[in-house]
Design a protein around this ligand. Structure first.
Ligand SMILES: *Cc1c(COP(=O)(O)O)cnc(C)c1O
Length: 388
């Protein structure tokens, strides 16, 4: 071989005897084939074979397999963000004339996707009140409804939905059920096990766990939907980077420990807050005082470290000043990382069904891994400002 060719094709080396605990990063656009016939017949390799980098390398497949096993699902796909994972489900299921039902407490970009993408293309959405009974929600099922989206607990305001009761009603009317399970993670709730058809996780949050990677997953209850979503992804040119998958595979290894720690500290803090301010202001479904606690207990085996407090209007400026003095917490969106975060959220403009709490400013709190005493030193002035 000439030097020029050697530069392009580094020599084959032996991998015999090589074994490592680390996830190998396999990067590829091109996948090569042993001969012309193998290339010509590459479609025969099927959805699990390797044919082109966009549809997966061993690194992406390893993460897919891990999430799939945690979800007890029939297939899992990886998307560039949690929001992209939600979008993939909607565009795969809905056709012009169909309706999707979304909860008032949905992650806000879901509503704007419905309003600004689906509506102009003839796909409809209706917003349901997540605090309504399952029977009331089921009244919205008409012939056009194809999908109901669930987020339990709801973004920021933490409303709980009786997922298994809703699945029974929906499947009885040929309505598919999708669930954003980002708060719970598959460690605390496995929606497929109660019949949910599509489960989305923002892997950006607890699985990634270090605020440095964006990714989403969709896990599905049937192989047919797996194939259908996978083909939609390839038509849209969607895929994820193996380097990012390696980051999520690393984060996943410590997720159970991180989650248990954040759960414990968050619940302790929420309880300490209830001792000082009205428990109605503390939105955390694992609190025994929470009106939807039984629903949480029925489905979930644990909580995460994210909860919210409602800030009464007349305390807003004092609370804002206390937030701005925080030394250990940072202020910002997203959550589930090692750094604790505060996010003052104004949800009122996004809501169709206002209740006294969700028209106020709501402070979302994500507990990370810092010393709990340092964290409480930041939170105490906030709670005191509400109590005063
Ligand atoms: C963050 C989040 C998403 C979106 O995830 P990205 O990866 O940031 O797009 C979706 N749903 C919920 C509940 C989230 O908290």
């Amino acid at each position: 071989m000439s030097d020029t060719t050697t530069c392009v094709r580094a020599p084959e080396i032996s991998e015999e005897g090589y074994a490592s605990l680390a996830a190998s990063v396999h990067r590829a656009s091109t996948i090569v084939f042993p001969n012309s016939a193998a290339y010509a017949n590459r479609a025969e390799r099927g959805a699990d074979g390797y044919t082109y980098g966009l549809s997966g390398t061993p690194t992406t497949r390893k993460l897919q397999a891990a999430i799939n096993e945690l979800q007890t699902a029939e297939g899992t796909l990886l998307l560039p963000s949690g929001q992209a994972a939600i979008m993939l489900v909607f565009v795969s299921v809905l056709k012009p004339g169909d309706t999707v039902l979304i909860p008032d407490c949905a992650y806000p970009p879901v509503r704007s996707f419905c309003e600004n993408f689906l509506t102009p293309r003839g796909m409809h959405h209706r917003v349901y009140n997540p605090s309504a009974s399952t029977d009331e929600i089921a009244l919205l099922f008409d012939k056009t409804v194809r999908l109901i989206w669930v987020e339990t607990p709801g973004s920021t305001t933490m409303e709980m939905t009786d997922v298994s009761a809703l699945v029974a009603k929906a499947h009885g009317r040929d309505v598919l059920v999708g669930c954003d399970n980002t708060w719970a993670t598959p460690l605390n709730f496995k929606p497929v096990s109660v019949g949910v058809d599509f489960v989305v996780e923002a892997l950006t949050k607890y699985p990634g766990g270090h605020s440095d990677v964006l990714m989403g997953s969709v896990s599905v209850r049937t192989r047919d939907w797996f194939l259908s979503l996978k083909s939609m992804m390839s038509m849209m040119g969607l895929g994820v980077s193996p380097d990012d998958c390696a980051l999520v595979l690393r984060g996943l290894q410590t997720m159970p420990l991180r989650l248990r720690h954040s759960e414990k500290i968050a619940l302790e803090f929420a309880q300490m807050m209830c001792d000082r301010i009205s428990p109605d202001l503390v939105l955390h479904p694992a609190l025994a005082s929470n009106p939807e606690h039984t629903l949480w207990r029925r489905h979930f085996s644990g909580a995460s470290g994210v909860f919210s407090i409602v800030i009464p209007d007349d305390k807003l400026s004092a609370v804002t000043a206390a937030i701005d003095c925080a030394k250990t917490f940072s202020i910002g969106a997203s959550w589930g990382g090692t750094h604790s975060l505060l996010a003052p959220m104004s949800v009122a403009t996004d809501r169709t069904f206002p209740w006294p709490g969700n028209t106020n400013m709501i402070l979302r709190i994500s507990i990370g891994l810092e010393d709990p005493d340092d964290l409480w030193r930041d939170l105490m002035p906030i709670v005191d400002a509400i109590a005063s």
